[in-house]
Design a protein around this ligand. Structure first.
Ligand code: SAH
Ligand code: SF4
Ligand code: F3S
Length: 470
């Protein structure tokens, strides 16, 4: 067994060499790709003598890794910067040295100049493709007066230059394989903040996965804005697609579980559907956004598929893997959405039964085509629709969880629970499961019996430790 909680080897202690003199605090907003990027930034800074801290008060450098997807998410940056201004002033008054502030992520990419104008306290503004250059940007900032802005788009360069992942205690890890988006849904900022689609080559991904496995990781989630559009260079120069990659990663010793997110319905090939039948390590859970149940709205969103195409994929997936659980993203109140359109969305929810779902009120984003459409839906109507939709989605999630009571599920234990003697993990269907258990089990996979369920978690009793269970 590879134990994720085993003592760090010398190689794992970060940074190598001298004791670090500086500390960095990174606050992450937004999607899992930002979580992955934040870890890579910490790794890159580790090699430059920074240790990570979870207390901003102790930090010499604070990085906000930001999200631009909806207005609320983007505005958080400015309230955070307000708090950091106070922290910096207090520190100066107490003679405690300087605090460098960096804004990274999608808001930095989309609104770099605006941040510099609205928040002159920011020292560095760095877009998602330039994180490998952070140490150099910090040096540049130390030697200049003004803000340093770096928002170029060399995705290939980023992955080739970031250091390999260092040890982290969790036995489940993210691995970004694809970045950017060419789809230009009319509501979405991602093609502008993350640039064109880029797929990392197979060798780079397999190397990273092997390193993770050697360090005790048992479950890998492949990440991409459109991860199922991944098409990377294979070892012989031939292009591989995601099912080929999943099959190769299945061969790595120690990796017991694979997942991937987020997928677009148009890239859900028959081979990828079949992978859910053929690869036992691929977990029976898929996040597949449908956004709206109305063909009229889907067209206006530029999703380039009809709702029947989505439902056909769901049926195919369930043909090959009957226990597959689905999660999705839904937007209510897209410009021009009528009550009839919204009812179509509700019908899809009734038809599919989601194990989990993320639902949002449409948020007009500057620079996206839908933001300029005249028929914007009033805010109170959006709220009404969202409340109705979420009531159904939460009921479905609760029912899905309740159906697990009495069943045996395999759980990957990944952290201690809130109460003493409790451990927490994930089921194959990505449910949070907790049980009374020895922390020595962390990092292992065990069969458990589910004894109770709520909307957000399952309670289990541990039966036996089964190393081969997936
Ligand atoms: N690439 C993924 C989505 C990434 S963004 C896909 O195509 O499915 C995550 C989710 O945020 C989207 O699926 C969408 O539901 C939501 N979203 C994106 N832009 C939005 C906006 N302007 N307003 C409200 N929700 C939005
Ligand atoms: Fe945004 Fe659409 Fe691309 Fe998803 S597919 S990231 S929603 S533009
Ligand atoms: Fe947000 Fe950027 Fe992710 S906009 S959702 S952090 S890709």
């Amino acid at each position: 067994m590879q134990d994720a909680c085993a003592p760090e080897t010398e190689e794992d202690v970060r940074p190598t060499g001298d004791t670090p003199e500086k500390r960095v605090f990174i606050k992450t907003f937004g999607c899992q790709m930002n979580v992955y990027d934040s870890e890579r930034m910490a790794d890159a800074l580790g090699s430059a003598g920074f240790a990570e801290t979870d207390a901003p008060e102790d930090a010499d450098l604070v990085i906000l890794n930001t999200c631009h997807i909806r207005e609320k998410a983007a505005e958080k940056v400015f309230s955070e910067l307000g708090r950091l201004r106070v922290l910096r002033e207090t520190r100066r008054e107490l003679g405690g040295g300087n605090l460098m502030i960096a804004v990274a992520g999608c808001v930095a990419q989309a609104e770099g100049e605006e941040i510099a104008r609205r928040a002159p306290l920011v020292d560095i503004i760095v877009g998602p493709q330039s994180y490998h250059r952070l140490p150099e940007l910090i040096e540049r900032r130390a030697g200049t007066r003004g803000v340093v802005i770096e928002t170029e788009f060399p995705a290939a360069e980023k992955f080739a230059n970031l250091p390999a992942p260092k040890l982290r205690s969790a036995p489940a890890a993210f691995l970004t394989v694809q970045e950017g988006c060419d789809k230009f849904c009319t509501f979405c900022v991602v093609p502008y903040t993350r640039g064109a689609e880029y797929s990392r080559p197979v060798a780079q991904i397999v190397d990273e996965a092997k390193r993770l496995a050697e360090r005790g990781v048992r479950e890998i989630t492949l990440l991409g804005q459109n991860v199922n559009a991944w098409a990377g260079e294979g070892p012989s120069g031939k292009t591989w697609t995601l099912p080929d990659l999943l099959a190769a990663l299945s061969e790595i010793d120690g990796i017991a579980r694979l997942r991937f997110t987020t997928s677009h319905p148009n890239d859900m090939s028959e081979a990828l559907v079949a992978a859910h039948r053929d690869l036992p390590k691929l977990m029976p859970y898929l996040h597949l956004p449908f956004q709206s149940g109305s063909d009229r709205i889907l067209k206006a969103m530029n999703r380039k598929h009809r709702i029947e195409d989505y439902l056909r994929i769901v049926d195919r997936l369930r043909d090959v893997r009957p226990d597959l659980a689905l999660s999705t993203d839904i937007i209510v109140g897209f410009p021009g959405e009528t009550t009839a359109d919204f009812e179509e969305t509700m019908r899809v929810v009734e038809r599919v039964h989601f194990a989990q779902a993320y639902s949002f009120k449409y948020s007009a984003r500057p620079g996206t085509p839908a933001a300029d459409r005249p028929e914007q839906v009033p805010e109170d109507l959006k709220s009404e629709r969202l409340a109705r939709l979420q009531a159904r989605l939460f009921a479905q999630q609760t029912a899905f969880n309740a159906a697990m009571v009495g069943r045996t599920l395999s759980v990957l234990w990944d952290s201690r629970g809130r109460n003493d003697g409790q451990i927490v993990g994930r089921s194959p269907y990505l449910q949070s499961v907790y049980a009374e258990g020895d922390p020595a089990l962390l990092g292992s996979i065990a069969d458990v019996e589910i004894v109770a369920a709520s909307q957000n978690s399952l309670r289990a009793v541990i039966k036996n430790l089964d190393e081969d269970a997936t």
